[in-house]
Structures are given as C-alpha cells and as structure tokens.
Design a protein around this ligand. Structure first.
Ligand SMILES: Nc1ncnc2c1ncn2[C@@H]1O[C@H](C[S@+](CC[C@H]([NH3+])C(=O)[O-])CC(=O)[O-])[C@@H](O)[C@H]1O
Ligand SMILES: O=C(O)C(=O)Cc1ccccc1
Length: 242
C-alpha cells in the first residue's frame, strides 16, 4: 500500500501494451494523482454531484472503479435512503484491492463490487452513473452502445459524470495541451524515460475523443443537457443529465 509508481522508470526492452494488472493496482493511487491533472478535484465534485442527484431507492454506478476512489466519495456524500452503489471493474487485481480499500471506511451504504466488463452488465433504476477515466479504454466502436445503455438505465433527471483524457480538434492546441500534461508529469517527478515509455504503452489502449465528439454523441443518444464542467490541459470532466 502507498507505493510509489516506478513502473516505467527503467528501460523496458519489449514494451507491451499498458494493462491494469497487480503491478499497476499496487501503485495506482500514486500513479493517478501524479498523472491526471485535476483528479482530486474531480473526485470531490463527484461527491457533490452525488448529494444533488441521488434519489431515494435508486442505484448509483461507478464504472471502471479501480480502487473505488469515486465509490468512496459517492458513499460519503449519499444522503438518500434505500440506495445501493454498484462498482464495476474488469481487472481482478483492482477489484481485490478495492474490496480492502472500501472495507477501511465505516459506512451504512451498501456497495456491490463486481468483477465484470462494463459493456456486459445491466444498468437499471440509476440516479447517478460515473465513468471516471474509463470510457477512453473502451473500444471506440463500442462507446456509443455503452453510453446508450447508461442512458436507458438512468431515470429521468439522472446524471452521467464522464471524465476523460481528450484530444483537441485544433492540432496546435492539441500539441500544447499534451506538452503541458508532460510538464505536469515532470513537475510530479516523472523522468523523460517514464513519460515516453508510458506514452508508447498507452498508444493502442487509451484512445481519446474530442470534447466535440463526446458532446455530439451524448446529445444524439438523447441526453437533454450536456456540458464540460471542468478541464485542465487535455483532461476534463463532462456532465450529462437525462
Ligand atoms: N471494459 C471494462 N470493463 C470494466 N472496467 C474496465 C474496462 N476497461 C477498463 N476498465 C477499468 O477502468 C479503469 C480505468 S482507471 C479509472 C479510475 C477510477 N474510476 C477512479 O476514479 O479512480 C483510469 C486510468 O487508469 O486512467 C481500470 O481500473 C480498468 O481496469
Ligand atoms: O499517465 C498518462 O499519461 C495518462 O494518460 C493517464 C493515465 C493514468 C493512469 C493510468 C493510465 C493512464
């Protein structure tokens, strides 16, 4: 626990695709904090939105929950009776550690941890759905179907919080935001080698969409209200209300 991320610190001869194995799960809190600008602000806001949007006797979903940071914040801010949080991840290493993390806090709120592909689960009677940096790892041709399933499972007035790494439609701005993100990683102690090896490992795995594409797709699916509520460099978070 509380381990420092040094996964890409030494040269790796046959660099494979990035995956969420036990090595990543062990250092994940440090990795995400030092790699994702705005992460802790977004987690806090997920709690605030939970307090506003949760309804009695509904379900709240944390899809791609990793160690359950968003689940814990939702659970802490949940102020409605009869609710259940469903936290899903398809990494066995993450689910195993999420169980321990969540057990460390006392809470009355029921949390169901599922080791499953979020593209294969049922979503129903939902007031809050969180995709906190998860959609970017789903195959691009499956994203619309997943978002449609979320829309169908949300009750009217329900909310989707969608946080993602973005690509900018303007090439110059895109390069600038990527450079600023690398500056952020450098300032957080990552070396050039760590930054470049991780970038290569993520290339086939994390495929970002533009904010414009996200908005257009969410609107097409039927969300009544869609906008960005936070952005820092090429990372940000959108809110969509059914
Ligand atoms: N098809 C899938 N089904 C289920 N889980 C998946 C799938 N694909 C990827 N994942 C899972 O999505 C998570 C993405 S991390 C989310 C952080 C968290 N939300 C947080 O608020 O700390 C973001 C990041 O590492 O940049 C990993 O745990 C994967 O196993
Ligand atoms: O580190 C990066 O470059 C990222 O894009 C963010 C990230 C954070 C944690 C796992 C995978 C990607």
């Amino acid at each position: 626990m509380k381990e420092k991320d040094s996964i890409f610190a030494a040269p790796i001869e046959r660099l494979g695709d990035f995956c969420f194995d036990h090595q990543v799960a062990d250092v994940f809190p440090d990795m995400i904090k030092r790699s994702v600008p705005g992460y802790s602000n977004i987690i806090s806001a997920i709690g605030m939105m939970t307090a506003r949007f949760a309804r009695p006797d509904t379900q709240l979903y944390d899809l791609g929950c990793s160690l359950g940071a968003a689940t814990q914040e939702m659970r802490r801010n949940l102020n409605q009776p009869g609710c259940r949080i469903v936290a899903v991840d398809n990494s066995a290493a993450m689910i195993e550690r999420a169980r321990n993390h969540l057990a460390a806090f006392r809470s009355e709120v029921a949390v169901e941890l599922q080791e499953a592909d979020i593209c294969a689960i049922n979503i129903e009677n939902a007031s809050v759905v969180v995709l906190n940096f998860t959609l970017q790892f789903i195959a691009p041709d499956q994203r619309e179907a997943l978002l449609k399933k979320i829309y169908d499972g949300l009750n009217p007035g329900g909310v989707l919080i969608l946080s993602e790494k973005f690509i900018s439609e303007d090439d110059t701005i895109n390069e600038l935001l990527i450079d600023l993100h690398h500056d952020f990683k450098r300032a957080n102690g990552y070396s050039e080698l760590e930054i470049s090896q991780k970038r290569t490992a993520l290339e086939n795995v994390l495929r970002p969409d533009s904010p414009g594409l996200h908005k257009k797709r969410l609107k097409k699916i039927g969300f009544a209200h869609v906008d960005m509520w936070f952005q820092c460099f090429n990372f940000g978070s959108m809110v969509a209300v059914k």
